[in-house]
Design a protein around this ligand. Structure first.
Ligand code: ZN
Length: 294
């Protein structure tokens, strides 16, 4: 059995034919944006889909679409990377592809991919945290993605680390975890503090005890670790999946998160907890979208 997955990110679009039983990509194609208007995005995706589906039997198979943005059904409410607000995307895309489409948040898609074909394989309850440019999470409870009343549940990056004020986040609010720990905002904060380089450079300096690197690192990573431990207490997942470019390039962050979760999450919620690193890399969203689309 085959599935069709599409991943629409801030820099490119990807499409793939996925084998449902294994999550394996049988064909995939990618194209970087030169024009981010909804009309062009639809035509780029249409071309990618005809390329990957050639030679595969996918008649009547719906497409799952992982989308980097806030969604309500077929409507993209807000996609800062594409500059979209309140765009009906599902309708035109479905018409262009001649098949039903299901839009899902990219992080939800990635969490689903990891649950069905990656690090959380075999589990029904997972809490997935990705730290890359931003900080995101997805909650799967008893094989169902938690979406909340208006579809924005799991916005873990926008939980606050201070009761009042704090650094400005990309979402427009102050004091969000992402405003400190998201790769883009952390790099800004480093530059303001006279620290050059990437979050991995910050980690190296901090672990050597250099100031002010250690102060920034301890604040950001300490809050990330405690926030994850508290979510484990609330959600009692079977698997905590950690992924994203910043996390996977900073072994010190993974170590700190693991230690704090295993000492500060409640004993009952963490007993039996498995902590695993995301396994599917850049493909998790594509695989998850395909499997959710079916
Ligand atoms: Zn925020």
């Amino acid at each position: 059995m085959l599935a069709l997955g599409i991943d629409i990110g801030g820099t490119n679009a990807r499409a793939a034919v996925v084998e449902v039983a294994t999550g394996r990509l049988l064909a995939s194609a990618k194209e970087a944006w030169t024009d981010r208007t909804p009309e062009n995005v639809v035509s780029v995706v249409q071309a990618l889909v005809s390329k990957v589906t050639a030679g595969h039997e996918l008649t009547g198979v719906a497409a799952g679409v992982g989308f980097a943005g806030m969604l309500r059904g077929d409507v993209v409410v807000n996609a800062p990377n594409l500059g979209w607000r309140d765009v009906d995307f599902g309708g035109p895309l479905s018409a262009a592809l001649g098949r039903r489409v299901r839009l899902v948040n990219d992080l939800s898609a990635a969490a689903w991919g990891e649950l069905k074909a990656g690090a959380a394989r075999g589990a029904s309850d997972s809490f997935t945290v990705f730290v890359g440019t931003g900080v995101g999470s997805a909650i799967i409870n008893d094989d169902v993605l938690l979406s909340g009343a208006t579809g924005v549940a799991g916005e873990f990056g926008h939980t606050k680390v201070l009761a009042d004020g704090g650094r400005l986040c990309g979402c427009g609010e102050h004091g969000c975890l992402e405003a400190y720990m998201g790769g883009a905002k952390l790099t800004e904060w480093m530059a303001e503090s006279g620290i050059a380089g990437t979050p991995a450079d910050l980690e190296r300096l901090a672990l050597e005890g250099a100031t002010p690197a250690k102060g920034l690192y301890d604040f950001a990573v300490g809050h990330l670790a405690l926030a994850i431990a508290n979510q484990v207490t609330v959600l009692n997942p079977a698997v905590l999946v950690l992924g994203g470019g910043v996390l996977l390039r900073c072994p010190g962050i993974i170590k700190r998160v693991t230690t704090v979760v295993m000492t500060r999450a409640s004993v009952t919620s963490r007993s039996g907890l498995r902590i695993a690193l995301a396994e599917l890399g850049d493909d998790s969203g594509l695989v998850g979208a395909a499997l959710l689309g079916r």
